[in-house]
Design a protein around this ligand. Structure first.
Ligand code: DON
Length: 304
């Protein structure tokens, strides 16, 4: 498959068209990013790469980092993890509080904010230096030592993330957080502040296209079963209340972030990342969804 030609064709079709959407402003630091940034990177398990636009520029990966948090926590806790967090799509926005109240502090899945706060709690309970060990883990997964947190973004979210304070406090009241609310929020905000380029993110997501085995080192980070489950969670929960639509239009497991990134995988074949900061109402990149829908339509292949 000539992915490079397909991406070129998609980009030329999109040129000059207006798709709307708005950059996230509820984390003030994210509002400073140029809304016209647009990058794409696809890499295959055969080490073929195609890029477009701002694919080498680092951006705030935000919720995409929840996948890395889960990748670290799952092998540590094993199936016990699912006592603390579910595996069902929420059908609600990523920062919704209502469901958490009537489901007694057990988040629907690990990719909504409440679920990722539980994963953060698990990690800070087992790691000696949670923030530095998590960063080392992402560096190892990506094979790239330049990956870092953006402290400005983390601090900006810590100052204004009132909904996350509410989610964490509610879970603490139900006994589903072992650590202090402020410690969980601190770790969570740093996790979400990681910056990566499309190229770095696509390279890292090859792990999920390769059934849990790190492509360059050959190391099994997840078992094939854990990788299957993690990809299933991305497919059903990775786009919040738009997970159904993403699955319907694109047909790949993936994860979005309010920084405008989307990372997706075609297991056994490739990973792809798109970055465009303008988001739809569900918090997913408008152009990112458009590119990926066109990619699986034009290539005629998806997981279905
Ligand atoms: O907690 C938040 O609101 C952000 N740190 C992450 C949200 C996010 O990326 C949702 N994704 N589309």
């Amino acid at each position: 498959m000539d992915y490079s030609a397909v991406i070129k064709e998609i980009v030329s079709e999109l040129e000059g068209k207006k798709f709307g959407g708005k950059t996230a402003t509820y984390i003030p630091e994210l509002a400073t990013v140029d809304e016209n940034k647009f990058g794409i990177h696809l890499c295959t398990l055969q080490n073929e790469h195609c890029s477009f636009g701002d694919s080498d520029e680092k951006f705030s990966i935000q919720s995409i980092a929840k996948v890395f948090g889960l990748t670290m926590a799952y092998p540590i806790l094993g199936e016990k993890l699912w006592k603390r967090v579910g595996v069902e799509p929420s059908g609600n926005p990523f920062n919704s509080l209502v469901q958490l109240e009537y489901e007694q502090g057990v988040p629907r899945n690990p990719l909504i904010n409440a679920g990722a706060l539980v994963i953060s709690d698990v990690l800070i309970s087992v790691l000696k230096n949670p923030k530095s060990e998590f960063l080392e883990f992402v560096k190892r997964l990506s094979g790239n030592s330049s990956i870092n947190y953006n402290e400005k973004v983390a601090e900006s979210e810590k100052e204004t993330g009132y909904r996350n304070v509410a989610l964490a406090s509610l879970m603490k009241s139900f006994g589903n957080l072992d650590n202090l609310v402020e410690d969980v929020l601190d770790f969570y905000c740093y996790m979400c502040s990681i910056e990566m380029s499309c190229q770095e993110l696509a390279q890292t997501f090859l792990l999920y296209a390769n059934h849990g085995k790190e492509v360059q080192s050959g190391e099994m980070i997840l078992t094939a079963s854990q990788s299957k489950r993690l990809s299933a969670i991305m497919l059903t929960c990775g786009f919040y209340d738009q997970a159904g639509e993403f699955s319907f239009k694109v047909g790949l497991p993936g994860k979005s972030g309010v920084g405008g990134g989307i990372a997706a995988v075609f297991p056994g074949h490739y990973s792809i990342t798109v970055w465009s900061p303008k988001l739809n109402k569900a918090g997913n990149s408008v152009l990112g969804m458009e590119v990926l829908e066109r990619l699986t339509t034009k290539t005629g292949v998806s997981i279905f």
